[in-house]
Ligand binder design. Sequence first.
Ligand SMILES: Cc1cc2nc3c(=O)[nH]c(=O)nc-3n(C[C@H](O)[C@H](O)[C@H](O)COP(=O)(O)OP(=O)(O)OC[C@H]3O[C@@H](n4cnc5c(N)ncnc54)[C@H](O)[C@@H]3O)c2cc1C
Length: 829
Amino acid sequence: MGHRKRIVIVGGVAGGASAAAKARRMSEDAEIVLLERGNDISFANCGLPYHVGGIIPDRARLLVQSPQAMRQRFAVDVRTHSEVLRINRPQKTVVVHDKAKDRQYEQPYDVLILSPGAEPVRPPIPGADHKRVFTLRSLADMDAIKAVVDAGKGEKSSPALAAVVVGGGYIGLEMTEVLAHRGLAVSLVELEPQVMGPIDPEMATPLHEHLRQQGVDLCLSSSVTAIQEREGQLEVRLSTGRVIPCGLVILAIGVRPEARLAAEAGLTIGQRKGIVVDDHMRTSDPDIYAVGDAVEVQDLVGGFPAVIPLAGPANRQGRIAAINALGGDAVYERTQGTAICKVFDLAVGMTGLSEKALKRAGLAYEKVYVHPASHAGYYPGATQISLKLLFDPQNGKILGAQCVGAHGVDKRIDILAVAIRAGMTVYDLEKLELAYAPPFGSAKDPVNYAGFVAANTLRKEVRICHVPDMVNPGPNQLLLDVRTAPEVQQGTIPGSVHIPLDELRGRLGELPKDKEVLAFCQVGLRGYLACRILSQNGIACRNLTGGYKTYSQALGLMSGKPKILREMKEDTGQTGAEPHPTVRKSAEVVKEIDACGLQCPGPIMQLKQAMDQIQPGQAVRIFVSDPAFAADLEGWCHTTGSRLRDRQLNKGVLTAVVEKGQPAQSSAPVATSNRKTLVVFSDAFDKAMAAFIIANGAAAMGSDVTMFFTFWGLNLLRHAQPVPVRKTLIERMFGWMMPRGADKTTLSQMNLAGMGTAMIKSIMRKKNVLSLPELIVAAQKSGVRLVACTMTMDLMGLKREELLDGVEEGGVAMYLDRAGSANVNLFIG
Ligand SMILES: Cc1cc2nc3c(=O)[nH]c(=O)nc-3n(C[C@H](O)[C@H](O)[C@H](O)COP(=O)(O)OP(=O)(O)OC[C@H]3O[C@@H](n4cnc5c(N)ncnc54)[C@H](O)[C@@H]3O)c2cc1C
C-alpha cells in the first residue's frame, strides 16, 4: 500500500478548520495535520466583541470546535502552540516551532494549505505598545480587554471607565457598541470623514447620527498622534490637538494579510500584498494552496484584485482548497464583499461595489436611492430604511447595493447579494416575488421598489438628478420643492420654489417654460409624480433621487445637534485633557423607554409614568415610531416644565432625551389671554360652519387659534378628490362611506335627504357668507393651526396624503398643551 496523502494546514481557524473538516469528508485515507500557533482552533472571531460586551456571557460558546473534538470526529492531527516558521518547498516540508516544548521539527507535506489570516495593523505612534492598548484578533486579546473592562467596574465617571476606539471599520464599530453597552464612555476616532469605509459617505451619515445619539464621542477626520500614561491613566492625543483621558485603547485600524511565510518561500505576492491564488485557490506553487484573509481574490463585479477579509469567503475557500488538494476540481468564483454590521440599533450592510469603488475602477454606473418602510407602515414597529442601488446605465446590471436601517437591512442586502451573484438587472428586481405579510415586508418590497425606480430611470419614464445638481443648479434650472408646507418648514434646499404636489396642476403657469425643473420631495415618490405631470405639460424636469432625505444625508444635515457637538469638540482640548463629553453631561439618563409601535397617546403615557419615577435633573430617553409624537412632546414638555435635551429622528424612530424639571418649574403655565382652542368632533355642516366662523373671528381679533380635529371632524379636512393611497379593504370601505371634504357635509338636523343642506347653502350664497371650504382656506391664511388627531386618523384609515395641505398631525398631549394655556376651549360635537 502507497503512502497516505499528507495534507498539512497552517492556521486552524476559519479557513484552516474548514479545509481540515472538508478534507476528511472527502477522504478517509488522507493524513491531515492542522498546525495552529495559538491555544485554540476554530473559534468564533466574529463573536469576540460580543463576549467583551457581555452579550455572549458564556466564553465557551465561542469555541466552535475544540482540538479534542476535531481529533475525535475528523481524525485530524491537531497541533496547537505550533507555529510554522518556514516552508522548504524543494523538500516539501514546513519547519514547526512547538512552543509548548520549545523545540523545532520538520513536518513533511504532499499538499500544503495556508490559512494564516490577517494581522491587525499597529500604527507606528508613540505609546501604541502600551499594555492597555489592544488589538482584537484572538481569544487571548479578548480576555485581556475584558479583564480591563471588568476591573474598571464601579469607578463610575472615572477615566478608567472611558475607552478610545481607533478606527471606524466594523471591528471598531462593534467594539464601540459593546464598550458603551458595558457602561464605558467611548470616543471613536476615525481618520476619514466617515465610519464604515467600504460604504459611500452619504450612507454613513445615519450611522454618525446614531452613534452620537448613543453618547459616543465621534471624532471624524482625526487621527491618534500619541498615547501616553500619566498618573496611572492613559491619554490619547489626536491630530486636532485634543487629548482624551481613558482607561484603555482599542486599535482597530485595519488588517493586513499574513503573507510573510508565503513571501519568504518565494510564492507570488500581489499588488494588494496578499498571496496570489488562481480560481482553484492554488498559489504559484501547484502543491501549495492558500485561502482566507491572507489571499488576494478577484472582485466579482470589477474583476480587479482585492483583499476582502471576511469569514464567509474564508470558509468557502477552505472547502474549495481541500477538494482540489484531494484531486477535485472546485472553482472559487470571486468575492463580492457582502458584509453587515450592527451599530447599536442600526444595521448597515453592503454588497458589490460602492460608488467610490466604481469611480476608482473607472466603471460607468447610475444610482438610485429609496427610503421605504422596513415593513408595512400600518403594522407596528415599521422603521424607514435607506437603500442605495448602483447599476450599469446601459443594461441595468446590478453593480452594488448599500442599506442602512433599524430593521430588515440583512434580508434586503442578502437578496441583492444573490441578485448580483446571479448577474441580474434592475428589471429583474421589478419581477422578484418576495415573501410578504405586514409584519415582514410590503407587497412592493423595498427591493422591488428600488428596481422600479431604477428601471423607470433606464426606461426614461423619468429623468433623475443627484445632490450635486441641487447644490449647484445652472442658470437655466429651477429647484422645485413639491412637499407640503409643514415639511418645508423643517428645512428645504436653498433657492427652491415651493409648490405642493397637489397644487401643481393648477399652478403650472408659475413655472417658466424655458427652464429645466429639478423637482424634489421627501424621499423621491412625489418628485417622480411631479415630473410626470410636468413633462406631460411640456416642462423639462428631473427628479432628485431619494429626495430631501438623501440630500440631507449627503450634506450630513440629519440634525443640527451633531454639528454643535462637533464644533464644541474641535474647539476644546488644545492644551490639556478634557473629560469625556458623556461624563460631562448634566442630565443623567436613568431610564430608557422603547415605545416603538405604540400609537398616541401610548408613548406620552409611558413617558409620564417614567418621569414620575425619576428625580428632577435626571432624564429619560424614549424611542418612538409614532410620527405625531414629535409635536406632542414639545407640548408635553412645555406643560410639565420638563426640558427637551435632545431629539433626533432617525429611520422613522424618534429618540428624545427628556430631563425632569424642578418641581417649581413643573407648575402649569399661565393661561395666555389670546389663545383659543377648539375640538371639532363632528363633520355636520352647521357645526363645522360654527367652528370655522368662531376660529376665523378669533384669529381676526389677534388670537392664536388651534383647531383639533378628531373622529368625524377629520372628514372636514379631506381633499374633495380621491387621492391614490395604499389602504386595506376595510379602510377603503370606510373612506367611501364618509364625506370626502367640507363640501360633502350635511346638516345635523333638517337635512331632508340633502334638501335642507342645499337650501342653507343657497341662503348663505345670497347673503354673501363664505362657503365652508372658503372658511377653511381663510382660517389657514390667517394662521389658524389645523391639527388632525393621529390616533383617530389611524382608526379611520385616513392617510396624511388625503388631508388638505398645511394640516398638522398631532396627539392628545399637543392638544392639552395648547388648551392648558388657552382662555377659551370649545368642544364642537
Ligand atoms: C473581532 C473580529 C470580528 C470579526 N467579525 C466578522 C464578521 O462579523 N463577519 C465576517 O465575515 N468576518 C468577521 N471577521 C473576519 C473573519 O474572522 C476572518 O475573515 C476569518 O476569520 C479569516 O479566516 P482565516 O482562516 O483566513 O484567518 P483566521 O481565522 O484569522 O485564522 C488564522 C489562524 O492562523 C494562525 N496562524 C497564522 N500564522 C501561523 C503560522 N505561521 N503558524 C501557525 N499558525 C498560524 C493564527 O494564529 C490564526 O489563528 C472578524 C474578525 C475579527 C478579528
